[in-house]
Design a protein around this ligand. Structure first.
Ligand SMILES: *Cc1c(COP(=O)(O)O)cnc(C)c1O
Length: 223
């Protein structure tokens, strides 16, 4: 199957309001262009250098999302153009994004990454840490150059579907709770980014608003 027919297949399955992020890490710019021509406008990358290089080769109306671990000292390299940073896992990173966005006179959208998986290796805040940060009075007004759009999480890499469902369900509950408390008076905090190639159907049924799909669209890593 071609990239465009895979995208068409996915789009058919997606409810209208659910966004599709095409995760293009490791894949060459020509493949991204194929996806672009098939209608994709949101791409996800997880390495700064690779993202900066590919961006130059592709159209300007792409919304780039950063989805991997991000060092604070690299934020300035993507601040001029990044649309959303989905992988915010510390208060320090949040502050740095705000600072660099201010320098560019931009607003950068962010998602708070929550650690829901059993694997230690995965990143993110615990639900308690995230709640504590977002509940801080004046936090949202102090950072004028970021907009906290919601949460992102990755389930455990397992064949146990019930485990995955439980993890997505707990992320959904946290999302709802934060939305109705910390963000009750704002129109923001509308995105729940969960679901990848192996688990997106479960994620959709658990309330995902944004899928991050890589290998289904582009195949396994290509060189
Ligand atoms: C690679 C990656 C994806 C996409 O994974 P696939 O299984 O290839 O769809 C989604 N989210 C994050 C954070 C990733 O690093």
């Amino acid at each position: 199957m071609s990239i465009s027919s895979r995208i068409a297949f996915l789009k058919e399955k997606l409810p209208d309001q659910v966004k599709l992020v095409a995760v293009s890490k490791f894949h060459p710019a020509e493949k991204l262009r194929e996806a672009y021509e098939a209608g994709i406008r949101i791409f996800g990358e997880n390495r700064v250098q690779e993202l900066v290089a590919k961006r130059k080769l592709l159209p300007d109306d792409i919304e780039w999302h950063f989805i991997g671990p991000l060092q604070k000292n690299k934020v300035k390299d993507i601040a001029p153009f990044i649309h959303t940073i989905q992988s915010v896992d510390s208060l320090g990173l949040l502050q740095e994004i705000d600072k660099q966005a201010a320098r560019q006179a931009r607003v950068i959208h962010v998602l708070m990454e929550i650690h829901i998986a059993m694997e230690e290796s995965k990143h993110g805040f615990t639900p308690e840490e995230c709640t504590e940060i977002l509940a801080k009075k004046d936090l949202l007004s102090a950072y004028r150059n970021i907009r906290i759009d919601g949460l992102m999480g990755m389930a455990t890499f397992t064949t146990n579907r019930e485990q995955i469902r439980k993890e997505f369900h707990s992320l959904y509950n946290l999302f709802k709770e934060l939305k109705s408390t910390c963000f009750k008076d704002s129109g923001y905090f509308t995105e729940l980014s969960m679901g990848m190639t192996g688990d997106y159907e479960i994620a959709l049924s658990e309330g995902s608003t944004m899928l991050r799909i890589g290998s289904y669209i582009f195949g396994e890593q290509s060189d």
